[in-house]
Design a protein around this ligand. Structure first.
Ligand SMILES: [Ca+2]
Length: 149
C-alpha cells in the first residue's frame, strides 16, 4: 500500500538525519543552513522524496523567509517553474506536515487562497511565477532540492 511504504521511508529518513554530518562535496552547495543539491530533472513528489533519501538527505523543507528567498533566487537562476517543498497533507487533509518527521509545518507562505485543491492536491510547491506556495497534485512533476544539515 502506498501510504504504508511512504511511512517506512519517513521513519528511516529520521534515523539517517540523526547521523547526518554536512559534507558539501561534488554538486552540493554549502550555505550556513547546510548543503543543497539542485535537481536538473523534474519528478513527482514521491520520486523527489525518494531521490533525496537515496542521497542520504531530505527533500527541501522551508523553515523561514530568508531561506525561502534564497531558494527562490537559486531556483530562478536555474530556470525552474516550481520546486517541491517538503510539506504534504496526504495523510490528513488540511494538515500539512514535514515528510521527514511527520510533524506539523511551523512556517508557510501560501499564496492568496492556497492551499485550495482539497483532496486532489496534497503536495506543496514553491511557485516561482507567483509570490508564494501552492498545493498541487503530488503526481505533477517539478524540480526539487535535497538538503543535508
Ligand atoms: Ca490537500
Amino acid at each position: 500500500m502506498v501510504i504504508g511504504h511512504w511511512w517506512v521511508l519517513v521513519i528511516a529518513s529520521v534515523g539517517i538525519l540523526a547521523n547526518a554530518k554536512a559534507a558539501c562535496k561534488g554538486n552540493w552547495a554549502k550555505t550556513s543552513g547546510g548543503c543543497y543539491w539542485f535537481s536538473t530533472n523534474t519528478a513527482t513528489f514521491h520520486e523527489a522524496f525518494t531521490s533525496c533519501f537515496a542521497k542520504k538527505s531530505t527533500l527541501l523543507e522551508l523553515k523561514g523567509k530568508w531561506q525561502e528567498k534564497w531558494i527562490r533566487f537559486q531556483s530562478l537562476l536555474r530556470g525552474y517553474d516550481g520546486v517541491w517543498i517538503g510539506a504534504t497533507d496526504l495523510l490528513h487533509e488540511g494538515t500539512y506536515v514535514y515528510p521527514s518527521n511527520g510533524s506539523k509545518i511551523r512556517y508557510s507562505n501560501w499564496e492568496g487562497r492556497q492551499p485550495g485543491g482539497g483532496k486532489k492536491e496534497n503536495c506543496a510547491v514553491l511557485a516561482l511565477k507567483s509570490a508564494g506556495w501552492h498545493d498541487y497534485p503530488c503526481k505533477h512533476k517539478f524540480h526539487y532540492i535535497c538538503v543535508k544539515h
